[in-house]
Design a protein around this ligand. Structure first.
Ligand code: C5P
Length: 390
C-alpha cells in the first residue's frame, strides 16, 4: 500500500494533508498507519457525522484545495461518475470538492472496460484530473504486469504540484539552463564540475507547473527527463551558447542556472592522448560567457543569473548583476551545508539592481525555484506596464 508514503511525501513537499479512508482502504492499511503518515486524525465512515451535528463530507470538501483519490478503484470511479454520495468519499466529491485528482489502480481488464472508460471520460468532462494508471507489476497475486498500476507517490506529488500551482506564467516562454558542461580534452577526458542540475530542473518544472512554455537546455545530468517541456541536451559550453542564443528572441524570461565551465582546452585531441608520466601542461582558453551575451542582446526579456562564490559573495554577485545586464542574480553559497552541490535543499540570496537583497532561507530547491519565479512574474508585469506607458 503506497498511500502512507504518498501522505508523507506530500507533507515533505510542504502541503497540509488530511487522510480520508474508506472501509475498503482500511482492509488494506490501518487507520494508525494513515494517521501517523498524515500527521493527524483520519476521516472515516465511522466518524462521518460528529456528535455536535457537523457533517464531515462538507467540512472536508470546503477545507481541501485538492482531493487526491489514491488508489482509485473502478467502483470508486463508477460511483463518482454516477453522482452518488453514499459513502464519505463520494459525498465529499459531490459536496463541492474544488478539484479531484484520481490515481487509478486496478486490473487492465477493469481499466479498459468501456464502463470504466466512459466514467473516466465523464469525470474529465466535469474537470476531474487523472494520474496514471501506469504499466507495471499489478498488485493482485498472480496478475503479472499490465496497464493498471498506480503511479508512484513521487509522480502523484508532481501532479499535485501542477494542479495547485497558480498559472501566472501562462502564455510566457521561459528558457532555463541547467547542469554542468563538459569541455573535452580528448574523446574520453573532459573538464567539468559537480553540478547535479537539480536547481535548474526545479526552475523548469516550477515554470511548467505555473503554465509557461518551457525550454530546458541541459548539460549532462543523471536526472529523469521532465515531462511537459522541450529538453535540449548539450555537452559543451559552446553548444549551450548556440542552443540558448537561437531560442533567446522568442523567450520572455531566461533563468541561467547552468554551471558553465569557465575554461575549455585550447584544442581537443581527436584521439585519446597517451598517458605521460610527470608534469603535463594543458592550455586553456575561456568559454563564451553565455549570460553576458544574452545581457547584451536583451530587449524585452527578464534575465536571471546565478553566482556561486566561496568569498566576497555579495560584492562579486553585484558586479555580475551589472556587467551581465541582469534583472536579478541568485547567490549560492557552495561552502554552506544548506546549499551544497547535488542536495535537494538550497539557500539563495536574490540581489536586485535597486540594492535590495532577499534571502530564501534553507528550503527545498523547488521552493527556491518558486521564489525566483515569483520575482520573474513581477518583473514581467512591470516591464509590460512600462512598455504600455511608452
Ligand atoms: O561569471 P560567473 O561564471 O560567476 O557567472 C555565473 C552566471 O553566469 C551563471 O548564471 C552562469 O550560468 C552564467 N555563465 C554563463 N557562461 C559562462 C559562465 C557562466 O552563462 N561561460
Amino acid at each position: 500500500m503506497k498511500t502512507p508514503f504518498l501522505l508523507r511525501r506530500l507533507r515533505e513537499a510542504g502541503y497540509e494533508v488530511r487522510a480520508l479512508a474508506s472501509e475498503r482502504a482500511l482492509a488494506f492499511t490501518t487507520e494508525t498507519a494513515l494517521a501517523v503518515a498524515a500527521g493527524g486524525p483520519v476521516a472515516t465512515e465511522a466518524r462521518w457525522f460528529a456528535p455536535e451535528g457537523g457533517a464531515l463530507h462538507l467540512e472536508l470538501a470546503r477545507w481541501a484545495d485538492l482531493l487526491v483519490v489514491a488508489p482509485a478503484t473502478a467502483a470508486g470511479l463508477a460511483r463518482a461518475a454516477a453522482g452518488l454520495a453514499e459513502d464519505l468519499l463520494t459525498a465529499t466529491i459531490l459536496g463541492g470538492a474544488r478539484k479531484v485528482l484520481w490515481a487509478p489502480a486496478m486490473n487492465p481488464e477493469m481499466w479498459h472496460h468501456p464502463a470504466t472508460q466512459a466514467n473516466v471520460q465523464r469525470l474529465r468532462e466535469w474537470g476531474h484530473a487523472f494520474v496514471g494508471p501506469e504499466h507495471g507489476a499489478l498488485a493482485a497475486v498472480g496478475e503479472g504486469e499490465g496497464l493498471g498500476r498506480m503511479s508512484e507517490p513521487e509522480t502523484i506529488v508532481e501532479h499535485v504540484r501542477y494542479h495547485l500551482s497558480p498559472k501566472d506564467l501562462a502564455g510566457r516562454t521561459v528558457l532555463v539552463s541547467a547542469g554542468p558542461t563538459r569541455e573535452y580534452i580528448d574523446p574520453v577526458r573532459f573538464i567539468s564540475n559537480p553540478s547535479s542540475g537539480k536547481m535548474g530542473y526545479a526552475v523548469a518544472e516550477a515554470a511548467r507547473d505555473r503554465g509557461a512554455r518551457v525550454v530546458l537546455v541541459s548539460g549532462p545530468t543523471a536526472l529523469p527527463e521532465p515531462w511537459g517541456m522541450e529538453v535540449v541536451r548539450v555537452e559543451r559550453a559552446e553548444e549551450m551558447y548556440e542552443a540558448l542564443l537561437e531560442r533567446f528572441p522568442a523567450a520572455d524570461a531566461v533563468v541561467m542556472a547552468a554551471a558553465v565551465a569557465d575554461w575549455q582546452p585550447d584544442s581537443t585531441a581527436s584521439e585519446k592522448t597517451p598517458k605521460k608520466s610527470g608534469k603535463n601542461v594543458l592550455e586553456l582558453v575561456s568559454t563564451p560567457d553565455i549570460l553576458a551575451e544574452l545581457g547584451r542582446r536583451k530587449t524585452h526579456q527578464v534575465l536571471v543569473g546565478f553566482a556561486m562564490e566561496t568569498r566576497a559573495g555579495h560584492e562579486r554577485a553585484r558586479a555580475k548583476l551589472e556587467r551581465k545586464n541582469l534583472d536579478f542574480i541568485c547567490l549560492n553559497f557552495p561552502t554552506r551545508a544548506a546549499s551544497a552541490f547535488g542536495g535537494d535543499f538550497n539557500e539563495v540570496e536574490m540581489l536586485f539592481p535597486d540594492g535590495t537583497v532577499e534571502s530564501t532561507g534553507r528550503v527545498t530547491k523547488r521552493e527556491v525555484a518558486d521564489r525566483i519565479l515569483d520575482h520573474v512574474c513581477d518583473r514581467l508585469r512591470t516591464k509590460e506596464a512600462e512598455r504600455h506607458a511608452q
